[in-house]
Design a protein. Structure first.
Length: 409
């Protein structure tokens, strides 16, 4: 294990090596305490990895509660990397088979970045500007205006301010992403940096921008500055990295492209920047408000339909009735029953006629026969229905001028 740590120290950052050493030390101490028969790495079994995984899941965190899933995944990943490197080296002291599998890793959560809304960010910035400590004022302004992590802020040098054309830029040193970059410098931030350099003691051997009694400022000093400004603004717990997420969220809410945000924050791939697009997805917002208007119109609709409203079934019935109207009546055949004898409708049992279909009479009281229904051609008609008019008859039960249909064969 010690040889493995010496080898990765030449390629990985000190923090990564330290984390790997912590993982191997925890795992080795647990195995040595619970299984005294194991004396070398080659004697490790699958049960030891399972026990270590269970111990990680049950171990309390420093701030209470269980360890975060990302922490458990990171520890298991470091342990698997150690075993894989032994296989690559074909080391003698190595397990006969792989002991850590993908199924051992708990499913990682994908929470959105924690950021401050516009009102809280404005309060924090105002509180930082009112603070009597110049370092607090400058730290809040740099973190909020540039979005750089605290490690990159601590690595700024006295020549970090560069003028390119008519604008000033801040050169961010090589940081976590192994790249350096230039970010635009806000005029107010440029003024604060000039004041800080003006009061910086001369003769310091360090070229770092932030020093305290000749020594580099540590990360706790930045956390204390942010915490002090947050308390003054009446906010809860605020971390320096939240200001980085706040700047990215403010930028994407105001239309800044993902490529520009990635360049500003120093992301090496857009996959790191797309997480901010999930916070303010304008396409989702536009479609949501568009459908909301239609839903609200449905809720605000009157309880009764307008008089000219016609459903599909009502329109179907109306069209069917218009199609089935006949000259001397109408067809009462149900809609679902088909008919192929439209030429003999008046002799069909479904033919219905009422008094409103009677032929009109002239002034002399004689019948006005419809065209093609005169007495002269009645005999030539097959199965037709005609109307006759009964003359006034006191013995008749029907009233005067009452017309009834009479079948003529």
């Amino acid at each position: 294990m010690q040889h493995y740590l010496e080898q990765i120290a030449g390629t990985l950052r000190p923090g990564t090596v330290k984390n790997a050493e912590l993982t191997l030390r925890e795992f080795a101490l647990m195995v040595a305490a619970e299984d005294t028969t194991v004396t070398c790495v080659a004697e490790l079994k699958r049960r030891h990895v399972e026990r270590y995984r269970q111990w990680l899941l049950e171990r309390p965190a420093a701030r209470g509660g269980p360890l975060h899933r990302h922490t458990v995944r990171d520890r298991l990943s470091k342990l698997r990397g150690f075993f894989r490197r032994l296989d690559e080296w074909d080391a003698v002291d190595r397990p006969p088979r792989q002991l850590v599998f993908d199924s051992d890793f708990p499913i990682a959560d994908e929470p959105l970045p924690r950021f401050l809304d516009d009102a809280a960010a404005a309060k924090l910035l105002a509180a930082g500007r009112r603070d009597p400590d110049s370092f607090v004022r400058l730290a809040i302004e740099i973190l909020a205006r540039t979005g750089m992590p605290r490690g990159e802020m601590l690595g700024l040098t006295i020549d970090a301010v560069v003028q390119i054309g008519s604008a000033y830029w801040l050169r961010v040193p090589v940081g976590k992403m192994h790249t350096d970059r230039y970010v635009p410098l806000h005029p107010q931030l440029k003024t604060l940096l000039d004041e800080w350099l003006l009061h910086r003691p001369e003769g310091l051997r360090s070229n770092l921008l932030f020093t305290d009694h000749g020594r580099a400022v540590n990360a706790s000093r930045i956390e204390a500055a942010v915490r002090r400004a947050a308390e003054s603004a009446g906010l809860g717990r605020v971390t320096p990295h939240q200001l980085r997420h706040t700047l990215a969220t403010q930028a994407i809410n105001r239309g800044m492209s993902l490529e520009a945000i990635a360049a500003l924050l120093g992301h090496r791939s857009l996959s790191m920047t797309r997480v901010y697009a999930r916070i303010a997805d304008r396409t989702v917002a536009d479609e949501y408000f568009a459908i909301s208007e239609k839903v609200e119109a449905l809720y605000d609709a009157p309880p009764q339909l307008p008089a000219d409203a016609e459903g599909s079934e009502m329109a179907k019935l109306r069209r069917e009735m218009h199609r089935r109207m006949l000259g001397n009546g109408y067809c009462a055949r149900p809609v679902e029953m088909d008919c192929h004898f439209e030429s003999i409708c008046e002799s069909c049992t479904f033919f219905v006629t009422t008094i409103e279909f009677r032929p009109p009479s002239n002034a002399s009281g004689t019948m006005q026969w419809p065209r093609g229904r005169s007495p002269e051609n009645i005999s030539s008609m097959d199965s037709s229905a005609v109307w006759t008019e009964m003359l006034p008859d006191e013995s008749a039960t029907a009233g005067p001028h009452h017309r009834v249909p009479q079948a003529v064969l």
